[in-house]
Design a protein around this ligand. Sequence first.
Ligand SMILES: NC(=O)c1ccc[n+]([C@@H]2O[C@H](COP(=O)([O-])OP(=O)(O)OC[C@H]3O[C@@H](n4cnc5c(N)ncnc54)[C@H](OP(=O)(O)O)[C@@H]3O)[C@@H](O)[C@H]2O)c1
Length: 301
Amino acid sequence: MHHSPHLTNPTRACGRSKVFPVGLGGMLLSIEGRPDRAQAMATIHTALDAGVTLIDSASAYHTGADEVGHNETLIADSLDSWDGDAAGVTVVTKAGRVRPGDGRWLTDSSPDHLVRSATASRDRLRLDRIELFFLHAPDPVVPIADSLTALLRLLAEGTVTSVGVSNVTVAELDLAHELLGEALVAVQNEFSPSATQHRAVLRRAEELGLAFLAWRPLGTVGTRDDELTAAFTEVGRAHDASPQRTALSWLLSTSPVLIPIPGARRPETILDSASAAELHLGDAEVSRLGAAVASRAGLQD
Ligand SMILES: NC(=O)c1ccc[n+]([C@@H]2O[C@H](COP(=O)([O-])OP(=O)(O)OC[C@H]3O[C@@H](n4cnc5c(N)ncnc54)[C@H](OP(=O)(O)O)[C@@H]3O)[C@@H](O)[C@H]2O)c1
């Protein structure tokens, strides 16, 4: 099966780059339950062959304390061994979350840590500069303005070209925009049919002209046997599409700045996800799914 959706589909803006509408989330290739290296690289190569040009990583995507940056090294190796043009691929990465090696996710968004972490990420990615670098999360014990100052330093030193913020509120996004100006090009928050709590952040991203990278974009669609999965399954069936592919297509229809970054541990799943870029739902289908999403969100309140 050969897909060339990148030939027929419009790209989306992510800072200065135009990227394929669906990205690849790298996390599951490097944390607990990850596939072996050959399968991980095959998954990345399949994404690239399908036209994906945005890969999301983080220094914290690893398990053991001695393998910080596992995911960045894996992606760099996969780009090296890919037979396509890796220059057209944007790898975004983050700092601020840390993993001591016992399964926990902690936060360290102190300026010194962020600067050291970004420099190490740049070296692992074997880049001169990281094109888009994210503050992974605000730190409860560090004022976010201090964390953002580290991003300014990384911009000034030329370690990174542009920056983004992740897991932020509208107020935090506004502060980032104020302090970072044009260098701020993206926000990355959770957003899916089962998690729409950051809709106001998405709307603010539209107003500010920022890309909104939607993490865990499938939510519970396809894994929970409920009305939400039923709605996406039914609408998808008319297009011979999986509920997951239908969910990604619906997400793309909700905003021109939204870029879903689905995760995958297998080539098959990212191939299906990437093909969402060429699945166009009708207006009636989009509203029907929107109603199912709204009804589910209502249940959560
Ligand atoms: N900024 C943050 O704080 C933050 C937090 C969480 C995640 N993220 C980013 O967001 C990415 C996505 O989140 P995620 O990986 O947790 O969850 P996800 O993308 O919502 O779901 C991934 C799971 O869904 C399955 N899947 C994906 N596409 C599918 C398809 N088309 N059909 C059937 N199953 C499909 C995968 O199966 P297989 O495993 O079998 O392939 C995988 O287990 C992460 O990789 C990471 O890069 C960022």
